[in-house]
Design a binder for this molecule. Structure first.
Ligand code: ASP
Length: 425
């Protein structure tokens, strides 16, 4: 179903004002015996379950890796090692193009990865940013924590360190990610030498500017799809590749793990924003933004707009909120409201921002909160949980409605490009 942006924005604002995120309602629902957390969203029938230990929470792309990590944790495995087992799954998966191997590269076609971790019991941290050629950067961040007197290494130094402690150098750019990047590069290269030149038999002069915008866009999309075919992208993935060119995707995985003794740790890993400027670091490697763990309080992590999360030091803000007595849900909502405040609550701009927090308190109470309900009606934000039962639960949104992709699409979106189409995500 395609959603008219103007109509949608109106209803999203109305819904969020009507919901009002009534703090009293939150308090009442939010502190049941044992620390269970219910949803702030009256329409949600998916309240967070009762607090239990041990427990692992993660971004939903970790859900398939929770069983193994939970068994490891239950059998006495370290909390950070359990969390790392979860995030290693997407790092190793070449088909997850937002983390580790197969992550979409920077604007120069080079995969650069970011990660950090915090070990609650020993109150230590490690972080790496902008790392090339090393797949399991979450494990490298742990190595920084264990094998150096530093907390953060970046770029070439981080790569050389990883090799020194035994990580193999490997090519992280899968053929599929390389082709998507090349399509993106050629699409954005109207004024340079990338893409087929004048001598190419298929070359056509640009359409006359008198064509209506929507027609120009149709032609552009058609050319992109054709070019995707020429670059060898398989037919069933071509439209998905076109979407990845027009709306650069992002993605990350965070995981926090708590054992029955109350020890807690967390980690976050990502390839960051597709086609980012070389050297760009998002929130994921920033201790206090993409991940923060305090053995006295709990652990939190983030996925979504890294630039926004850095500005509110999201994970640290959440932990400090809980230290002062807020529930996980209240603590997360407060961080989201700070992001909204940074834009003077301008809903037009906020609708292009996405942020999800995964929050675990030391007693086992947890919450998943997000700025919007989801990326589309088919892709609602979820938190993956394992406390003996593995499940995915809807996050509690600050605003009703779905977020918009960036950059804005200037004309009515063709059906096959909409977020609810089969090619999305
Ligand atoms: N937070 C990540 C970053 O900014 C991206 C994401 O989670 O989607 O690098």
């Amino acid at each position: 179903m395609s959603i008219n942006r103007r109509g949608f924005l109106g209803s999203a604002i109305a819904a969020s004002l009507a919901t009002g995120l009534n703090a009293q309602g939150l308090n009442a629902q939010d502190k049941p015996p044992g620390g269970a957390h219910a949803s702030a969203n009256p329409a949600s029938d998916n309240p967070f379950g009762p607090a239990k230990r041990p427990i692992i929470i993660s971004a939903n792309n970790g859900v398939n890796y929770l069983d193994d990590a939970f068994a490891f944790l239950k059998s006495g495995g370290d909390t950070l090692d359990a969390a790392l087992r979860v995030v290693k799954g997407p790092e190793d998966d070449p088909n997850d193009d937002t983390v580790g191997l197969g992550g979409l590269p920077n604007e120069e076609g080079v995969v650069e990865l970011d990660a950090c971790c915090m070990h609650g019991p020993t109150r230590r941290a490690g972080s790496v940013g902008g790392v090339r050629n090393i797949k399991n950067v979450s494990l490298v961040s742990k190595a920084v924590m264990e094998h150096t007197g530093h907390v953060m290494l970046v770029g070439e130094g981080a790569e050389r360190f990883a090799v020194a402690v035994g990580f193999p150098r490997e090519n992280l750019l899968t053929e599929r990610s390389r082709k998507i990047w090349l399509l993106w590069k050629e699409y954005h290269s109207t004024d340079d030498w990338w893409g087929p030149g004048l001598a190419d038999p298929q070359w056509k002069p640009p359409s006359p500017t008198t064509s209506p915008q929507s027609e120009l866009w149709q032609q552009r999309i058609q050319r992109l799809e054709e070019r995707a075919g020429q670059l060898g992208i398989e037919p069933e993935f071509r439209m998905a590749a076109v979407r990845r060119v027009l709306f650069p995707p992002s993605g990350t995985i965070h995981c926090s793990a708590l054992n029955d003794k109350g020890e807690i740790s967390g980690c976050t890993t990502t390839s960051g924003l597709a086609y980012k400027l070389p050297g760009r670091l998002g929130d994921s490697p920033i201790i206090g933004a993409g991940c923060y763990t305090d053995q006295d309080v709990g652990s939190a992590g983030a996925t979504g707009s890294g630039e926004e999360n850095i500005k509110v030091a999201g994970a640290h803000t959440i932990i400090e909120n809980m230290r002062r007595g807020m529930s996980p849900l209240e603590a997360g909502m407060d961080a989201l409201k700070r992001i909204a405040r940074n834009y003077n609550n301008d809903m037009t701009k906020l609708n292009f921002i996405d942020m999800t927090y995964y929050i675990l308190r030391k007693d086992g109470a947890y919450s998943g909160v997000s700025l919007w309900e989801g990326y589309s009606k088919q892709h609602l934000h979820k938190i993956a949980v394992h406390d003996g039962t593995r499940r995915s639960e809807a996050t509690v949104p600050l605003f009703r409605g779905i977020s918009n992709e960036f950059p804005p699409f200037p004309v009515a979106m063709p059906k096959e490009l909409t977020k609810d189409s089969e090619y999305a995500k």
